[in-house]
Write a protein that binds this ligand. Structure first.
Ligand SMILES: Cc1cc2nc3c(=O)[nH]c(=O)nc-3n(C[C@H](O)[C@H](O)[C@H](O)COP(=O)(O)O)c2cc1C
Length: 186
């Protein structure tokens, strides 16, 4: 798939077919994350690949943070089922010490954001689908997966073949609302 088409047609995929993900494709998705740019090329990311059904189910259970989601009217994370049903779940982690902080901007989140978008677009290009799951009980996930306390869990990515091709998409602001010319607001 051509790059711009992948960018334009990428969607959050939360429902998967039973088709397993070929190991070669999984490696290509991880490779796309590996070659991403990062602060001083420090590559602060680490990824955990989970395929065991029982573990995916436990991860799925940890995707609900009541204090955050309940006030917004959610009884579950919209991606809860996806985490249990996808053939693979990739846990994207960061070591903040291996990235930079400059004037209160913490670049490990930027590094991970770029790597995760590479991963997401590579999945799309290979006919796979995923969604960035950013809400979960981080402490319990650390416990479940043996992640050290100095490492942050930045996102969960259930990965598989989409159950159906998503057409249309969520709305975006038009360019004239988000791009200024020469000065802020113009
Ligand atoms: C940082 C981040 C965190 C997200 N967390 C969740 C989440 O916890 N659960 C979920 O179902 N979707 C989550 N999403 C998906 C967004 O809701 C989705 O990307 C957005 O609505 C745009 O839809 P699209 O991806 O189909 O274009 C997250 C996306 C991002 C970038």
């Amino acid at each position: 798939m051509e790059l711009f088409e992948a960018i334009q047609t990428r969607r959050s995929v939360r429902k998967f077919s039973d088709r397993p993900v070929e190991e070669e494709k999984l490696q290509q998705v991880l490779e796309a994350a590996r070659v991403a740019p990062s602060w001083a090329n420090m590559q602060c990311w680490r990824f955990i690949v989970v395929k065991e059904q029982a573990v995916k189910e436990q991860i799925s259970e940890l995707s609900y943070v009541e204090s955050f989601l309940a006030p917004k009217g959610f009884k579950a994370n919209p991606a809860k089922k996806a985490l249990a049903e996808a053939p693979v779940v990739i846990i994207a982690c960061a070591d903040p010490e291996k990235s930079g902080v400059l004037w209160d901007q913490t670049y490990y989140m930027t590094d991970l954001g770029i790597a995760c978008q590479n991963l997401w677009l590579a999945a799309r290009g290979l006919g796979l689908g995923t969604v960035f799951v950013g809400i979960y009980d981080e402490a319990k996930l650390r416990e479940l997966l043996g992640i050290p306390s100095n490492i942050r869990v930045v996102g969960l990515f259930p990965l598989g073949y989409p159950f159906e091709e998503k057409t249309g998409g969520t709305a975006r602001k038009p360019l004239n609302e988000i791009v200024f010319n020469e000065k802020w607001g113009k």
